[in-house]
Design a protein around this ligand. Structure first.
Ligand SMILES: Nc1ncnc2c1ncn2[C@@H]1O[C@H](COP(=O)(O)OP(=O)(O)O)[C@@H](O)[C@H]1O
Ligand SMILES: CC(=O)N[C@@H](CCC(=O)OP(=O)(O)O)C(=O)O
Length: 259
């Protein structure tokens, strides 16, 4: 039997707003797991955070795709990501017959977390640390579902961009990273999906403003892992069931970010 490397799948928050999207993804995960593929699911939930901040009369401020997270917002962010978003996905997993473990970056010492930039407030930067907890979960045949909330050694709860969370976990388990969003891949200026992108092409498209906001963060996270692993990282969509099937069969989907 071939040994697969661990697949680290990251899904954006928009997935959590579609029952069918979650059901399709969990069904693909179930098939892959049955075929012996170990999977770590990392999730965002930016849209749920926006909803909760607005409901609580708080401002939504982003800098270069990252949420500025002041102390009076962190409780709401933690609730939306490590609470609601994480449990919505666990519920979808249960419905598909997938046994999951809900966790966050703060569990089992998986990462080291520090404040990224004082201007962003309680936003974390994470580096891989100890894989034991994740490996234990994977050895049981369970699906770890990880939110992007981290805890620093100083005892701060930190909000980490979920693409960057997935980057740290992919490095930790030496896994294959796939970033699934609600767009089919990275677009060019005419909104056509680009099949393959390297560092200099990314720099040009970012400078031109073609790749911006959340996609800029995503592509830069993908490039970091591609270079670290020496193999491509996929930026693709969870929207299309066919793409998920191709992925389950080991095929390439969306945009390949080249090392
Ligand atoms: N060049 C681009 N190609 C694709 N999407 C882009 C591009 N530039 C900006 N975007 C925006 O980035 C979004 C994806 O980033 P983000 O919302 O952070 O995704 P997720 O929440 O799934 O991580 C797209 O929905 C799109 O609006
Ligand atoms: C620091 C930072 O920006 N954190 C993100 C974490 C969630 C996230 O990344 O969600 P998506 O994957 O759905 O975009 C936020 O607060 O929105």
């Amino acid at each position: 039997m071939t040994t697969h490397s661990v697949l680290v799948l990251k899904v954006g928050g928009a997935l959590l707003q579609t029952e069918t999207g979650m059901a399709n993804l969990m069904s693909a995960i179930k098939d892959m797991t049955a075929a012996g593929q170990k999977i770590v699911l990392v999730h965002g939930g930016g849209c749920l955070v926006d909803e909760q901040l607005t409901a609580n009369g708080k401002d939504i401020i982003k800098l270069d795709g990252l949420r500025v997270t002041p102390a009076d917002q962190i409780g709401i962010v933690v609730g939306a990501l490590a609470g609601t978003s994480n449990k919505i996905l666990q519920a979808a997993a249960a419905k598909a017959g997938v046994v999951s473990v809900g966790m966050s970056l703060g569990d089992g010492n998986v990462v080291k977390a520090n404040i990224k930039d004082e201007r962003l407030g309680l936003v974390g930067e994470v580096t891989p640390n100890d894989a034991s907890y994740l490996n234990f979960i994977l050895q049981q045949g369970w699906l770890p579902i990880c939110s992007s909330i981290a805890v620093s050694d100083a005892g701060e709860m930190l909000n980490v961009n979920a693409d960057q969370a997935a980057t740290a976990l992919a490095k930790l388990v030496n896994g294959t990273l796939v970033l699934l969003s609600d767009v089919a891949g990275v677009w060019d200026a005419n909104k056509q999906v680009i099949k393959s992108l390297n560092k200099s092409q990314i720099e040009t498209l970012v400078a031109q403003g073609v790749i911006e906001k959340g996609m800029k963060v995503k592509v830069e996270a993908a490039l970091e892992v591609a270079q670290w692993m020496g193999k491509p990282v996929l930026v693709a969509s969870w929207l299309e069931t066919e793409q998920l099937k191709t992925l389950a069969q080991g095929g390439s989907i969306g945009t390949q970010i080249q090392p």
